[in-house]
Unconditional design. Sequence first.
Length: 102
Amino acid sequence: MLNNIGLPGLLLIAVVVLVLFGRGKISSLMGEVGKGITAFKRGVKDSSDDIETAADVNRDHPRQVPGEAARDVTPHTAPGQPVSSQPAPGSTVPGPQTRDRT
């Protein structure tokens, strides 16, 4: 329905609106729209600044996660000895899966 308005239709609508509301009312309405756009941009900028500030605070002071403290899991071997790839005796670590090829 509105796809076929074209330039002459838009000009006619603009003239009708101008006659109905008058130049002063349209001018004040556009001023209010401009103030609204400015307030919106200011709000977006303030919220993005708040997000950046919060990100900087989190980067400077990492959050402490409750739970078990970190522990050293490095195998302890004497210098020069190779680290065995076999699990320790009595360990419950599963080994590689093998298939019977018969």
